[in-house]
Every structure is written in C-alpha cells, then in structure tokens.
Design a binder for this molecule. Structure first.
Ligand code: PLZ
Length: 462
C-alpha cells in the first residue's frame, strides 16, 4: 500500500471494497426494464437529449466484477463492459482505493500549470507496455476521440503533410474530425456537417467477405493510398488492430505489417487506434502484438482507468516531440484521479495476471460458440481475440454463398438475452454482429450460463 492509499477499514462502509461486492450471478426479479427503471426513464426522457440513446434502459445502481445491478434489483451478466472500459472488472478494489486516496490528496491542478507524479507514472507505464522497443513519449487527454484528434495533430506537425487515411468499417469517434473518419454516416455524421476535409477511406481487409490474403488486401489498400491520396501528401494512416464498432474485424494475416512497412518507407505515420482493443482486452496489452505490428503511435483509452475518463497518445519520441510547447494539452487531460486509477489498473493486470484471463475467456467463449455454430447456420463467422470475440450473423442458408447480413437476428438475440439478465451488444456495418466484450472477471461458469441463454435465444429464432 502506498501512502496515497487509505486502509480499507478506515473508509466508510459504503465506499469499502467489501461493501461493494455483488454476488457474481444472474438474477431477474422484475420485468426488464423494471418499474423503477421505467420511472427513471420517464424523468430522463424529459430532460436528456434524445441524441443520446441507451442500448438497454435499465438504470444501474451498483456494479462489481462482471455484474451490473439495476435499481429494481436485477443482476445482469455484463458482456459489454461499458464498451470495453471495465476490462479490469467493475469497481476493482485496488482501483477504488487508489481513486479514493487520490481524491483526498489532490483532485486537480492542471498538469500544464503545476505537474504531479501520477501523470508521469502513467506515461512511464505506457512507454513500457505499448509495442516497440524504442524511446517513447505520451500526452494524456480525456476521451478516445480526443486521443485520435491529437494523434492526427501530432502526425501532421511531424510530417508537415495534410491528409489522413482510415480504413473502411472503422470507428474513431464523435468529434468533428473523427466523425469524418468513421465509415458509417448514420448515426455518427448525418446532418452534422460540414465534415473535416482531407480524410480518405481506404479499402480494408475483411476475410469473411472479401476472401483476400493479407498481402492482396494490403496491395489493394496501398494502391488506393498511392492513387487517390498520394503518399507525399499523407500524414498518417489510422487503423484499429481489431475493428471495434465495425464488428471485431480481424484482418487477414500479414495485412497490418505490410501497411506499416509501406508507411515507414513513405514517411507516413501509422497510428494504432487501440482505444477498444488495448489495455489487456485481447490477452496481450495491445492487440497489435497478435499481428506482429509495431505502430509509430498508439492510442489508448477505455480500459486504461476502469471507467475514469483518461486517454493517451503514446509513440516514438521524435514524433511525439514534434509539437511546439503548449500545442498539446487541455484542462482535464491526465487528471490526477484518473491517473491514479490507471496506475492501479496496470497493477491489477500485473498482479492478477489479467492477460491470462483474456486468453481463458477467448478459449471458453470460442469453444462454446463453435458448438452453437454447429446448431445454427445463421452464425457465419466467429472471430476476435481474448475478451473481444464476435459472431457475424447471416440469413439462413447463405453462410457459404452470399453471406447476406442478418441484423434482425442480432436485435432479436440481444432483446431475448436482456430479458434473461444477459447484456450483449451489437456491432458491425450492417448491425449483424453480436459482440462479447466482458470484463476479464467474467468466469467460465458465467460464460456457460450466458451461452445457455444465447442457445435458447437462437432456438426461439428458428
Ligand atoms: N476509437 C476504436 O472504439 C469508442 C463508441 C460508443 P470515445 N467506441 C465506442 C459510442 O457509441 O459512443 C471508440 C473506439 C475506437 C475511438 C473511439 C472513441 O472513443 O472515448 O468514445 O471518444
């Protein structure tokens, strides 16, 4: 225990890790949503913008480990983890302690006025754990989209070039620049223009649908970049090592290293958007490691601080130092409490071997999903790594032929599971992907329980 942490016994009961513990099991005691959630939803509808939607309007009162507890006392198996944020579990005891202790010491100074150690420590940890063995530097910001924005700014300043390239099916955020970088206009960009210019959407690799090898897909992507953008105008290529919102796309083997090689040869900064796939999500610290990819810059957010808002751009020191002093920053970026939480998340990953938990979840989930695929021919593809696994659903009888997307089946499965106390999320360009994005605290027993619910849901579809 460091001197910034307070012993659990001295905390009020409500904030002690002990009191926060929640039985790790599913329990449905009301209709979903229950009466209290419905009441809250009516209040929300009156005052919260309808531009902010919710997948499942059950209002959460408590969360711990792999479980969400709503205001009506229902307990959900959480296969969304706040879209990959609570990777180290909901309210992990050591993180809650670090947050509480830091809150008592100092809440805010603004690092660009008077700095503090926690920010520096997070930068050291990121330098150590991001891919690549070279000097690295970091800037901390508040959100994933802000990390993308800063990665692009830094790449432009470093290269003196203007253009930004992304891949088809990508998702990068909701700010002005990032909404231009997303593949889907609806709901992210429609009506919100004018969009930022100089953003190019290059063809990607989608093994289930395009059948291309990594080499062929990379050749197609590079061909597009050379013809449509021109290498000498291209500042950066921003790529998710496993696409998140796009449907947990795992590119064909060799695709990512081939793109990095081309970028390096042409002075283009290649940026890994690891916002969803990073921080122990896939059984490695960063998903790029699975594919032999060493990016120039790496973007981290979501899982880094167990729910506290924190994001980072980390990468080659000579690129990260391109900005003039004062060019990077922001009022809340690298807030001390968020940084203390991040340090504790790194500790939890190391001390509790959470990377191994990711590999365990992959093995259990994919084995169970393979069994379901034998029963249900709408499961066209199973893909992903670690605790980032998805199934792509197609219309019955089309898995070997047209692979016609089946978004209706995904919505029906998600709705059925929610009624049974299992929270699943959809994804994919056509909304036809069901994704499993649990915390690393999701046990094999709970996975088996959820797959049983999913099996019943598939049976009701048929
Ligand atoms: N890059 C790869 O996954 C956020 C978005 C959920 P922010 N993904 C979840 C939603 O509907 O808002 C994300 C991502 C990748 C960037 C982002 C953006 O991160 O922290 O939401 O800004």
């Amino acid at each position: 225990m460091t001197d910034t942490q307070i012993p659990v016994e001295s905390l009020p009961a409500e904030s002690s890790a002990q009191a926060a513990a929640v039985p790790q099991e599913r329990r449905v005691v009301t209709a979903i949503p229950g009466p209290k959630s419905q009441e809250l939803h009516a209040r929300r509808t009156a005052v919260v913008s309808s531009g902010v939607s919710s997948v499942l309007p059950v209002y959460i009162e408590r969360a711990n480990g792999a479980i969400l507890v709503d205001v009506d006392g229902n307990r959900f198996l959480d296969f969304g983890a706040g879209i990959g944020v609570t990777t180290a579990g909901h309210t992990p005891a050591n993180v809650v302690e670090a947050i509480t202790g830091q809150a008592r010491d100092v809440l805010h100074t603004l690092f660009t006025i008077t700095p503090y150690e926690e920010y520096v420590r997070v930068a050291e940890l990121l330098a150590e754990h991001t891919p690549g063995d070279f000097p690295k530097k970091t800037v901390l910001v508040n959100s994933g989209a802000e990390a993308v924005e800063n990665g692009v700014k830094i790449a432009r300043k470093h290269t003196g070039r203007r253009a930004v390239a992304v891949l088809d099916h990508a998702y990068h955020g909701r700010t002005n620049l990032t909404m231009a970088m997303n593949y889907k206009a609806m709901p992210y960009a429609t009506g919100f223009g004018p969009l930022a210019g100089d953003v190019y959407h290059a063809p990607s690799s989608y093994p289930f649908r395009d059948g291309l090898s990594g080499e062929e897909a990379a050749e197609r992507t590079i061909g597009y970049l050379e013809k449509v953008v021109g290498a000498t105008d291209l500042a950066c290529l921003v790529v998710e090592p496993i696409q998140g919102e796009g449907g947990f796309m795992v590119y064909a083997d060799g695709f990512l290293p081939a793109l990095q090689e081309w970028c390096t040869a042409n002075g283009v900064v290649m940026i890994a958007d690891e916002i969803q796939s990073g921080m122990a999500r896939t059984g490695r610290y960063y998903a790029a490691e699975h594919f032999g990819w060493v990016p120039d810059l790496v973007l981290t957010a979501k899982g880094i601080a167990a729910g506290m808002p924190l994001a980072a751009v980390t990468g080659r020191a000579e690129i990260m130092d391109a900005s003039q002093p004062g060019g990077l920053g922001g009022t809340f970026g690298g807030n001390p409490v968020a940084c203390a939480a991040a340090v504790a998340v790194f500790e939890a990953i190391e001390q509790e071997d959470l990377l191994a938990e990711g590999r365990r979840i992959e093995a259990t989930l994919t084995a169970g999903l393979d069994r379901l695929r034998e029963k249900y021919d709408v499961i066209g593809d199973i893909r992903g790594r670690g605790a980032m696994i998805a199934i792509e659903l197609v219309k019955p009888g089309t898995a070997e032929t047209t692979k016609e997307p089946n978004p209706g089946a995904v919505s029906a499965l998600v709705a059925h599971a929610a009624q049974q106390g299992v929270l699943f999320l959809s994804a994919g360009t056509w909304g036809n992907v069901l994704r499993f994005l649990p915390s690393l605290r999701m046990t094999d027993e709970l996975i088996a329980d959820a797959l049983g619910v999913l099996d019943d849901a598939f049976a009701t579809l048929a």
